[in-house]
Design a protein around this ligand. Sequence first.
Ligand SMILES: O=C(O)C[C@H]1C=CC(=O)O1
Length: 96
Amino acid sequence: MLFHVRMDVGVPHDLDPDVRAELVATEKARALELQRAGTWVHLWRVVGQYSNISVFDVADATEMHDLLWSLPLFPYMQVQVTALTEHPSALSAQEP
Ligand SMILES: O=C(O)C[C@H]1C=CC(=O)O1
């Protein structure tokens, strides 16, 4: 099941720089792990913003929810999630 997710990150300016660096490094390691597993299918930066647009391929909404909550930067994110389904006009939906 595919989900489109927008994450807007807002790390407090007064957060200890070492804590911030550790959070960002841990988040990056987790993002790479999930991409290599095929779960985090797309990860794009929104131009000019500390935001990303992502597509996840997970079993269901519960897995999506748990994955998002487990992200190291989750406490500092606003997250918008949209469930996706196949469009009937998509090439991939056509008969061969
Ligand atoms: O930078 C971000 O958009 C937030 C988050 C998503 C992947 C990652 O490494 O950090």
